[in-house]
Design a binder for this molecule. Sequence first.
Ligand code: BJW
Length: 235
Amino acid sequence: MTQPHPAERIVVLTGAGISRESGLETFRDADGLWSRHDINDVCTPEGFQRDPMLVSRFYNGRRAELAHVEPNAAHRALAYLEQAARDGRWDGEILIVTQNIDDLHERAGSRNVVHMHGELRRLRCMSCGATPEWLDDYLPQTPCPACHRPTLRPDIVWFGEIPMHMERIQAALAACDRFVTIGTSGTVYPAAGFIAEVRDHADTLDINLEAPAIPALFDRTLVGPATRMVPQWVA
Ligand code: BJW
């Protein structure tokens, strides 16, 4: 008896480049966030301990930007693919693993999204573990709504901390047929190591404004802006 063709399982890893054309900065491009901010000051637990006000201002500013940006054609194309699976127009499933802390995938309509580096929408209490919604006027001394201690921090993964949802991500990588990276420099681990984990069993594609540093890592590359290349790939 013929086995039914298994549905195609796609894991898409997105980075800051997918949100660039919505108006959010990347990190390592010439005009990126790290050209004006020191990683050690704003993106490590030690930096937060040293100067929580500086770190809170950095993330409050980035959170405020979300009100002024919209998902772009690349976010929408990925959401379209997920909707096509839901409607039965495409026999497959897609999981977006994003390194981004913005909410543009969700606002485009994607539901299968995991934020491995956390989210700008949430704070985390270092005392009781509650993850309340980010308050507009959050400051380091703001009391936690659950335990009332002034121990809230951005719910974001800084250098040296363990990324979120790793079990779910590893399971999806092990089972995927296709792995697509979009707008990421591939310099930050563990995300940078995903390609090595899938190469022996999945078709791999990199979509980026620049050609990858090691093109041979991927089966295929599409070089160009995400808003043009992602809809082209999905079509
Ligand atoms: C476009 C475009 C357009 C532009 N269209 N494309 C030595 C060796 C190996 C590892 C380590 C090491 N030393 C330390 C480590 C570990 C460390 C690490 O990787 N360091 C490296 C720098 C070497 N990693 C960690 O500490 C991580 N934790 C960890 O490893 O824990 C151990 C562990 C793991 C797993 C299981 C058990 C234990 C934590 C990393 C936390 C990263 N946090 C940040 C900030 C938080 C979020 C935020 O503030 O927003 O995450 S750093 C920053 O980099 C952010 C991003 O998510 C991340 C990746 O950046 P991304 O998205 O790739 O952006 P860019 O700017 O780098 O690239 C943009 C790309 O877009 C470019 O390629 C452009 O060409 C392209 N582009 N416009 C298409 N229109």
